[in-house]
Write a protein that binds this ligand. Structure first.
Ligand code: PLP
Length: 405
């Protein structure tokens, strides 16, 4: 990790004489270049910047190319992601769009088989419109990538844990395979489920890590953003070129909101994760099949632990019956029925009906995505209230024995 982080296009100097632990770093934003010593980075709500002369150009000229509020959030995120350069765009899918523009027609992508629904949609679009083929592999078996690695491979797109089946990918092993065999390929990790607090893929061997900033990084479901971190300056420059060329850089106001939200990432995640562990234990004790990397029963418990500092705050469980699952989801009062996760409020959903409905049913079946699966995304409410609400919904749905009065 370097102390001086390049930004887009002008660097605000990052003075980092010493590094602190994550929870300290994430709340400590360097704003030492502010002319009025503002404690909070101001919103530079401007499209253009006046220049000193016809030929003298200042740090900024036009907000599509660069804006001080965006630069601050990018420098701050680079620091907490361990990236040489971070870039912020208008959504998580926008981030993936920028990354996939590094792929040329005829080149190939290798990706997991339990991907975020929107990622699948974008990859299908690339196959049809750009002649970019994607091979889907079971990333829980690292060796399954070997037959597909070739001189055509440009991107290897991984998630860990996957969502909603919570499968774990061995990022160091797969990165090693890719870098040994395909010097031209980039390992890209969608780290949205973990956030940089719990897992930093660039330290595990990935070349690019990206996040939906809509989720944990901002934390309040009040903005959409995408965050890309590049391990090297040259990849960072290529990505910046695409962002400036296509105009998807994050707006000043949303950059400010993201910077405001991310400061509480560690404290939110600690609380959400602790509650999620309680809820996972409760559901497992009731006899449900629970998918959560914090449970000893998870088949890849050790692998997850070796890459990250916690299991996160998203779990899924099976009830064995779609009707029961629907009644549970509709029977909760505190848990909002909503797609997405990473918000301070708790959410419940049925992935096959909601976030993953864009994946055709036969492919869901092929990838053994159970139709009755329920996903819980735990917020910061009191965990006793969350457990009570869940229990009454399970009881109403007939998923638990009715208590005898
Ligand atoms: C939400 C999400 C995305 C897409 O991000 P948006 O901000 O909604 O565009 C990508 N990957 C994962 C894992 C997500 O959860």
């Amino acid at each position: 990790m370097t102390d001086i982080l390049p930004s887009s296009p002008a660097a605000s100097v990052v003075n980092a004489p010493r590094r602190y632990r994550f929870a300290t770093e994430v709340v400590t934003v360097d704003n030492s270049d502010d002319p009025h010593n503002a404690a909070s980075v101001p919103i530079y709500q401007t499209a253009t910047f006046k220049q000193k002369g016809a030929t003298a150009s200042g740090e900024y000229d036009y907000s599509r190319s660069g804006n001080p509020t965006r630069t601050h959030v990018e420098n701050h995120l680079a620091k907490i992601m361990g990236a040489e350069r971070a870039l912020v765009v208008t959504s998580g899918m926008g981030a993936l769009d920028v990354i996939t523009r590094l792929v040329r027609s005829g080149e190939e992508i290798i990706a997991g088989d339990d991907l975020y629904g929107g990622t699948n949609r974008l990859l299908s679009f690339l196959a049809k419109s750009q002649n970019v083929k994607t091979h889907h592999i079971d990333t829980t078996k690292s060796d399954s990538i070997l037959p597909y690695l070739s001189d055509k491979t440009r991107l290897v797109l991984l998630e860990s844990p996957t969502n909603p089946l919570i499968k774990i990918t061995d990022i160091p092993t797969i990165s090693k395979y890719v870098h040994e065999r395909c010097p031209n390929a980039l390992v890209v990790v969608d780290n949205t489920m973990m956030s940089p607090y719990l897992q930093r893929p660039l330290e595990l061997g990935a070349d690019i890590s990206y996040h939906s900033g809509t989720k944990y990084l901002s934390g309040h479901h009040d903005l959409m953003a995408g965050v890309i971190g590049a391990k090297t300056a040259s990849v960072g420059d290529e990505l910046y070129y695409v962002i400036n060329a296509t105009g998807c850089g994050l707006s000043p106001f949303d950059s400010w909101l993201l910077l405001r939200g991310v400061k509480t990432l560690a404290v939110r995640m600690d609380k959400q994760q602790a509650s999620c562990v309680r809820i996972a234990d409760y559901l497992e004790a009731q006899g449900f099949k629970v998918h959560f990397p914090g449970l000893l029963s998870h088949p890849q418990y050790e692998l997850h632990k070796s890459m990250s500092s916690g299991p996160g705050a998203v779990l899924s469980f099976e009830t064995g019956d779609t009707g029961i699952s629907e009644r549970i989801v509709e029977g909760t009062k505190l848990w909002s029925i909503s797609v997405s996760f990473g918000c301070v409020n708790s959410l419940i959903s049925m992935p096959c009906r909601m976030s993953h409905a864009s994946i055709p049913a036969h492919i869901r079946a092929e990838r053994s995505l159970p139709e009755d699966l329920i996903r819980l995304c735990v917020g910061i409410e009191d965990v006793e209230d969350l457990l009570e609400d869940l229990e009454q919904a399970l009881t109403i749905a007939g998923a638990l024995p009715t208590p005898s009065k």
